[in-house]
Design a protein around this ligand. Structure first.
Ligand code: UT7
Length: 329
């Protein structure tokens, strides 16, 4: 029998209707469209504005697209892994809330927190479950409602982030397609440069932590930028090298969308032409765990069976990594 690999067999995505443009941000903080576009590549982002709506409200329509596309009974889903740093609540897991709302009564699930690399970490985890032979249908989600933790008085961070959700279905494959290899890394010493200071067990929420604006994303952009450029490019190059591939063998690079300059550096390092790189940062900004599945969702029609894709990310933690996969449909 051929080896079982885990293949993506369907994708769903969701972005909220409301746009937050650079012109809107000019009215909120001391910034300008030209600075934002040239330093980041972003023109606008989507924001989930409605009060009382959380990240699960974006995930559910994304997963429902998968159910429709595959004519899949939710009772057949074995497991839901939800990568997010903005869960509906600290607990229970957003994966449980999603399972309940879509009627996946037979599924177990959990949330996984690896910031911008969350989708890659969740995809690698789901892959191991499928490869084990124990599970046949695993839903892997990358989603974040960053507007819930962004300080819209801080021009260093508020221009960067947006909201969105993407989801994929993983199923066994015996044709040699699917996830081929992954390299995933963490370095907790990076926490001082990118974090949310309070609301965890070290600094529980209090009037003082709220007054000090400690429940928002804090980032030392320049430092993170340097680590990101090196980390994302190095890990992608290592992945190609150990699989005896060059840029010529790659149909698509699917990079985390944090900054166009970081994406360009990885593109150059792999020797890829720019038309082989999925880029939507201009329209959605940095949606943290959602960037990579949202790219796959938008480019789905252009993907061909057997295409080699490299998925690569760097983010808070620090966390970073790259996954090589052969498109399965
Ligand atoms: O996805 C998670 C991982 N995160 C990342 O990968 C993000 C990595 N970092 C970055 O993408 C970039 O560092 C930023 C886009 C966040 C910032 O770009 P930069 O080129 O590193 O700018 P900077 O922070 O060094 O700031 C340069 C100047 C500063 O002014 P002075 O000190 O030179 O006078 C800032 O105060 O730009 C100023 N500045 C702004 N000006 C207009 C910072 N933010 C803004 C702004 N509008 N929004």
């Amino acid at each position: 029998m051929n080896k079982i690999t885990a293949a993506i067999t369907a994708i769903g995505g969701y972005v909220p209707e409301t746009k937050l443009t650079n012109a809107d941000l000019e009215k909120m903080v001391d910034t300008n469209d030209e600075w934002i576009r040239t330093r980041t590549g972003i023109s606008e982002r989507r924001i989930l504005k409605e009060k009382g709506k959380g990240v699960s409200d974006m995930i559910i329509p994304a997963v429902q697209q998968i159910l429709t596309k595959k004519n899949l009974n939710p009772l057949d889903i074995d497991c839901i892994i939800c990568a997010t740093v903005t869960p509906d609540m600290v607990f229970p897991a957003t994966a449980n809330i999603v399972a309940d709302k879509i009627g996946a009564k037979n599924a177990w699930g959990f949330d996984l927190e690896a910031a911008c690399s969350g989708f890659l970490f969740a995809l690698a985890t789901g892959t191991a479950f499928i490869e084990s032979g124990k599970y046949k249908k695993v839903v892997v989600v990358g989603a974040d409602k960053m507007s819930a933790i962004v300080d819209y008085t801080d021009r260093n961070t508020c221009i960067l982030f947006g909201d969105g959700a993407g989801a994929v279905l993983l199923e066994p494959n015996t044709e040699g397609n699917g996830i081929i290899d992954s390299i995933l890394k963490t370095d907790g010493s990076g926490k001082e440069y990118l974090h949310m200071k309070s609301g965890g067990s070290v600094n529980p929420s209090s009037i003082e932590t709220v007054t000090a604006r400690e429940h928002f994303v804090y980032q030392e952009g320049k430092t993170v930028f340097k680590f990101a450029v090196k980390g994302m490019a190095d890990v992608s190059a290592e992945l190609l090298e150990r699989n005896h591939l060059t840029g010529n063998d790659i149909a698509w690079l699917v990079p985390h969308q944090a900054n166009l300059r970081i994406i360009d550096a990885t593109t150059e390092r792999l020797g890829l032409s720019k038309d082989k790189v999925m880029i939507n940062i201009n329209r959605y900004g940095n949606t943290t765990a959602a960037t990579i599945p949202l790219c796959l969702w938008e480019w789905e029609k252009q993907l061909k069976k057997g295409d080699n894709l490299v998925l690569a990310a760097f983010g808070g933690g620090f966390t970073w990594g790259a996954i090589l996969l052969k498109w399965a449909y």
